[in-house]
Each structure stands twice: as C-alpha cells, then as structure tokens.
Design a protein around this ligand. Structure first.
Ligand SMILES: [Zn+2]
Length: 478
C-alpha cells in the first residue's frame, strides 16, 4: 500500500519565504512531509522542471451577489474559472440590502455557494446599520467565523453615513472583525458625475474625471483616521494611485493597523486606455477607475516595499451584451449608467506573474506572498491556506513559468462574455491544480466534482490596541 495519497514530485517549491527543490507528501488532504525521494503515492504528480506554489487566495470576489445585475456567472462557473487560474480559495460578498436581515442574507448566500469547486469564505457586506444588526446579527456572525466586514464609502446604493460607519466599526472591533473598505468619497463622486452630465460629458472616458484620485485619497484618509481613533485594523480594497498608497503608508507610520490591496487592472491599464475606443471602453469601466502611467509605475514600488501587500481580482462578472449588460448601460446614459466592474478571477495570477515576476519587478517569493500568503494571513485563513508547510491544506499549483499564451475569452472558464485582457500576451500559467489533496485541474481539463468546495470558518481578528488603552489613551483622567 502506498505511503501517501498524493506525491508532488521533483518540483521547485516556492513559498513567501523560500525556494527549494522538494517532493511533497500528502495524506488526507494535508501536507505531511516535504523532502527528497519520497516513497510512492497512490497518485503521483510529476512537477519536474516546474514551480510548485501554494494555491492562490483571492480575497475580493463578487459572485451571485444580492443587488448586482444578474449575469450567467454562478458559484460553479466562477470557482472553476478560479481553479483554472491557480486560485484555490476565494472570499466573496454576502450582501445585506437595505431593510434586509444580514443573518438571513448570509444563510441564503451560503446555499448558493455550496456549488463551489474550491474553498470559500464570505465578507459580510453591510449596507444598513440597525440596532438588530449591531447588537445581534453582527456579533453572532463574527463568532460563527465570518470575520471580515465590507463597507462602502462610495455609491448611493451601498455607502454608509459616517455616524453609521463609526458605530459599525466600533462593533466590529469588539467582535473581532476586520473592516474592508471600498474607499471613495460618495458625495464628491455624485457631485462630479452630475456636473459632467449637465455639461453633456457622459462618454465612457469621462468616468475617470468623475472619480479622480483625490476622492479616493480623502476617503482612505478618513477611514484610516477612524481606525486610528478606534485602535483597529482596516484593509483598503483596490488601491489605485500613488496618492492613495501614500495615505496607507502615512497611517502605517503612525502605527495604524492599515493595509491595502491592488488588482491587476491597476497594474496593466491606465486612464488613456479608455480613450478613442467608443463603446469598447465599456470593457474598462470599473471603480475606482485606472489612473495615470505614473501611478501605475509607482504601485509596483509600493508592492515591492510591502505597503500594499495583497493582490486580488475584484472579479465582477457583469456581462457586456444583453439587457442589463455594460453596452446597454453605456448606450442608455454613458458612464453613469454602465455597470462598474470587470471579470478577473482566472487571469489574476497569470497576469501578476507575467507583468511582475517575468519582468523582474517581483521575486517569485513576492509573487507567492501577494497572491496567497498575505491574503490568507490578513483574512484569518493561514496557515491552513496560503503556504506549503507540514500541516497546511494541500492546496498546490504546479506552475509552468515558461508557458506563453495569448489571453482569449473563449479559452477562459467564467460565464462572462468578455475579458478586458483579450489579446494580452502572458508568460506563466498553471499546469496542475490541487485542492485539499485532490487534483482538480490537469492538462487543461477539470477533474473536480461540483460542490466539493468547503466554507472556511475564520479566526477572529485581534484589535490593534488593547481596550483599556483605547478608552483612556493610557491615562486615568478622573
Ligand atoms: Zn469589489
């Protein structure tokens, strides 16, 4: 009888810290040994000449979310698409609509998520702060293992008022939930949009002027100030600009537990890419919008220095064609009525490898840290996820660093009718993808059954400052 259920043999194993030649022995879905010349496994994967990486962890994904335009994308299709791109864990959003019970929303959403091929967790997306939510639903859900709360400072349908935001943040601090934020100043965005509309400037490239970097910088500054007052961690989603990254760095230098992510679209596209494309610019309507080439170049240095330490996709699978699609929205009223967001689960890791590692901007270990280890740590999933170590889940990607391909939407596995990266040439692509010791992608073919993904209970997040210190600032005042 074989000693291991699975052996990944002869590969070069890279984690966030090290790169070593090793075989990996797996029993019952977990890594039990790293070594050389391991005995035979029931299943053998030959990784000779290839890289062996921890499965990717994508911590910013929208799938089958309440209140979003309905496309064809489902948990089944999105998770399969993620797996084909080397991602074995995703965090999606259980959204509470106005007047809805957050607890009920999470229960309903969990039923839809069961179709997932890969493991998953949910951010609690709060849009309506009520006494029931603060006193009952939120503490109960966090205690049950949903330990991150998404808030919007942008968009009328989602944004919280500042008093509601503070009340929610304080309760998250007590419960042990991390705040994740879409940080743009909603009032300024609306004012600028209406001003552009009155002047007749609704063509798609004007989206950039309606949401300039200044409104992102202001919102980040404001919420990180609240984080500082409350002594709690805040993680900023989709940091797009040098200004925004500088705000995070300044907060970090003040001792605030501030962190941030960016996404491949901000490392690839600039605002110039929206111009001169007519309605094709709908492919590039996402929020916040892409910035200048100067911003794009500086984001790499913030990644390299660890000020921004997570890469997510912000996968938002609005269709291009059809009623409710991006083109119909663009024809109706230009950028203000075009659904914001682009797909990107499957292309996240190949794009970052190609633009980062293959060009020498990032090391292989930086790449693993940004796409797997840091997101797993930040969101309470480490060390089960995000690394290859004895005891961790056997979520493993055998990666071919020399595989060159041109991205074509008809070769991707999401149920979205376009990719903004159509025709983009990349180098580096997953060859074999393993989730909890099970080979789920091999030779470009899916080998996994649907519904095999598991919901991941996550650990509570420690507050940044002890409560006594938070209340008195270290001094007795009376
Ligand atoms: Zn998003």
């Amino acid at each position: 009888m074989a000693e291991f259920d699975l052996v990944v043999r002869n590969g070069t194993v890279a984690t966030a810290a090290d790169t070593v030649r090793a075989d990996i022995g797996v029993i019952d879905g977990r890594v039990v040994v790293l070594g050389r010349d391991l005995p035979v496994g029931t299943r053998e994967v030959d990784a000779g000449g290839l890289l062996v990486l921890p499965g990717g962890v994508d911590t910013h994904v929208h799938v089958e979310q309440n209140g979003s335009p309905k496309g064809a994308e489902t948990f089944a299709s999105a998770s399969l698409s993620a797996a084909f791109g080397g991602t074995t864990t995703m965090i999606t959003h259980a959204r509470q609509g106005p007047g809805e019970s957050l607890r009920q929303c999470v229960e309903d959403y969990a039923l839809r998520a069961r179709a997932s091929v890969i493991d998953y967790a949910f951010h609690l997306l709060v849009t309506d702060v009520t006494p029931t939510l603060l006193d009952d639903d939120l503490p109960a859900l966090v205690a049950a293992g949903h330990t991150s709360v998404k808030v919007f400072m942008a968009t009328r349908s989602n944004a919280l008022s500042d008093p509601d935001l503070l009340a929610l943040m304080a309760r998250c601090r007590d419960a042990g939930a991390l705040i994740v934020v879409h940080a743009e100043n909603h009032a300024a965005m609306e004012f600028l949009t209406e001003t552009l509309q009155r002047a007749g400037h609704t063509a798609l490239p004007y989206n950039v002027l309606a949401k300039p970097a200044a409104i992102e910088r202001e919102a980040i500054h404001r919420i990180l100030t609240y984080a500082e007052l409350l002594g709690m961690p805040v993680h900023v989603f989709h940091v797009t600009s040098a200004d925004a990254a500088t705000e995070i760095e300044r907060a970090q230098q003040r001792g605030v537990a501030a962190s941030g992510e960016t996404c491949p679209q901000y490392l690839v596209f600039t605002e110039d890419d929206l111009r001169g494309n007519g309605e094709h610019a709908a492919n590039l309507i996402f929020g916040p919008p892409p910035r200048t080439s100067h911003d794009r170049d500086l984001l790499w240095s913030y990644l390299k220095r660890g000020v921004i330490d997570v890469i997510s996709s912000d996968h938002s699978p609005h269709p291009l064609a059809g009623p409710g699609g991006k083109l119909a929205g663009a024809r109706e009223g230009g950028f203000p009525t075009t659904p914001h967001g682009i797909p990107g689960l499957e292309t996240r890791m190949p794009l970052l490898f190609s633009t980062g590692v293959a060009t020498g901007k990032l090391t292989l270990n930086n790449f693993v840290a940004l796409t797997a280890t840091n997101p797993a740590k930040r969101f309470g999933l480490y060390p089960a996820k995000g690394t290859i170590a004895v005891g961790s889940d056997a979520d493993i990607v055998v990666w071919d660093p020399d595989h060159a391909r041109i991205i074509r939407n008809d070769q991707l596995h999401h149920q979205v009718d376009y990719t903004p990266y159509e025709g983009f040439e990349v180098r580096g692509w997953p060859r074999t993808v393993i989730s909890r010791g099970e080979v789920i992608i091999e030779g470009g073919m899916p080998g996994a059954r649907a519904n095999r993904g598991k919901w991941l209970r996550r650990e509570a997040q420690p507050a940044a400052t002890p409560l006594a210190e938070f209340l008195t600032n270290g001094a007795e005042l009376a």
